[in-house]
Design a protein. Structure first.
Length: 447
């Protein structure tokens, strides 16, 4: 398989550090993030390993001030920071110097941070202080979310009995003032101006109890209907056109919310007789290409576990699809409701965690979502532990525990290896032509 470019030899990165900005606004968050507590030394996959950590000017000044007060601190600073080696495309001045084993040199034998233990939170980089929390400034509030790259966030988010919903935080959610991304408040930017109502419409597509593929098809149908006039840089809302385009957008949102449309799409999707072979090949290639860049041991082991039965060589899409489709159907009978809830939570978390304004169109945004959830589902369904589950006699309790454990492990490992490597995602998801409604329907059929 031809390696994807660009390749700069850097490991995946934690969210890019930006200069923190004080925000005197209310914080919104989810119940999962309210309940989150770092597992510290008991974490199965510490965030202090396999991730490059960028350091901007404010971080460097803060760390230098805090760590230069003692000989031990100065020695740690020299071991910790490499000046002038940030990831490509970053405005950082430096980055953490990871050891040969992929771990931070300040990671102690008990898996705790030596800098935090000796010098406290002020000496940490913003990325280290904030992670796994994320902060999105929207309108008059700050949305504090979390990364599924953290095992505990993945567990809390994916196993929640209820879909993730934003609510007023009952306590301060961030250890320091920080904003990671901001949704433009410029009324002339219609794509951002209607962010909250459009995101709410997309979230409703994946409402609890709805088949995952149908949810993606409903969202794709909405995206296709508004693509002509609602996209990044649109001028359809300028001047006298604004009220007409606004009513048109809201009419499409209302139409999407109706069950009649969802029922028709579900019927069409069921009747669609098409092999998922091509989609399986795309998703498998997306996963296997990640091996061309530095990656952690857990990700390598996961790919080996899942794809080794289809080796040597690159796995044939035909066989992958045959086995996947067969196991997917069997798992639906054994643990369908539980898997639907996990993957439904995954999709809704993606919609909250990744603003659609990051993509030029809603169709392209949903294509990214479809590939992500498709990859996590493929790795989960083909995991050998679920093959063993299907070979054993049904046991509701044991089945549930196995399904949950595998899905959390896959989602967390995938997120840490792929979702935090923006250069890889840009290259791997680049399409010669913009994603179409038809391609999203094929993804929906795969799910």
């Amino acid at each position: 398989m031809t390696p994807i470019s660009p390749q700069d030899g850097t490991p995946a990165a934690k969210p890019l550090t930006r200069v923190p900005q004080p925000r005197g606004v209310p914080e919104m968050t989810t119940s999962a993030m309210e309940a989150f507590v770092c597992l510290a030394d008991t974490c199965p996959d510490t965030c202090c390993r396999d991730w490059a950590v960028p350091i901007d000017r404010a971080d460097l000044e803060r760390m230098t001030t805090a760590m230069s007060t003692t000989p031990e601190g100065r020695e740690r600073l020299v071991r910790l920071v490499v000046i002038g080696r940030p990831s490509r495309g970053s405005d950082a001045l430096a980055q953490i110097n990871l050891g040969e084993d992929g771990g931070c040199p300040m990671l102690e034998a008990d898996q705790r941070c030596g800098v935090h233990a000796t010098l406290g939170e002020p000496a940490l980089t913003t990325a280290c202080s904030i992670f796994p929390r994320t902060a999105l400034a929207v309108a008059d509030h700050l949305e504090v979310g979390g990364s599924l790259g953290c095992p505990e966030v993945a567990r809390l988010m994916l196993l929640s009995e209820r879909p993730p919903r934003l609510q007023a935080a009952t306590k301060p959610m961030l250890p320091r003032a920080y904003v990671g991304k901001t949704i433009s408040a410029d009324a002339a930017d219609a794509y951002a101006h209607h962010f909250l109502e459009v995101r709410a419409a997309l979230l409703a597509c994946f409402q609890s109890g709805r088949d995952l593929g149908v949810g993606l098809a409903v969202a794709a149908d909405f995206a296709a209907r508004v693509e002509e006039f609602f996209h990044a840089g649109t001028r359809e809302f300028d001047g006298a056109q604004r009220p007409f385009s606004t009513r048109r957008l809201r009419a499409e949102i209302d139409a999407t919310a109706g069950e009649m449309s969802a029922t028709a799409l579900a019927s069409d999707l069921t009747a669609l007789d098409v092999s998922g072979e091509a989609t399986t090949g795309v998703i498998a290639g997306f996963l296997l290409e990640r091996r061309q860049l530095p990656h952690g041991r857990r990700f390598a082991e996961l790919l080996e576990q899942v794809f080794s039965p289809f080796m040597p060589g690159e796995p044939a899409a035909t066989e992958l699809w045959r086995v996947y489709a067969q196991r997917r159907a069997a798992l639906h009978t054994r643990a369908g409701a539980r898997l639907d809830r996990i993957f439904g939570n995954y999709c809704q978390h993606f919609l909250l965690r990744n603003p659609f304004t990051d993509a030029p169109t809603l169709l392209e945004y949903l294509y990214r979502l479809g590939v992500h959830v498709g990859a996590v589902r493929l790795l989960t369904v083909l995991h050998p532990d679920l093959e063993a589950l299907l070979a054993a006699a049904p046991d509701e309790t044991a089945d549930a525990q196995t399904v949950e454990r595998v899905a959390i492990h896959v989602a967390q490992t995938f997120t840490k290896a792929i979702s935090h490597h923006p250069e890889y995602l840009v290259a791997a998801l680049h399409q010669p032509r913009p994603p179409s409604f038809g391609r999203l329907v094929l993804l929906a059929k795969f799910l």
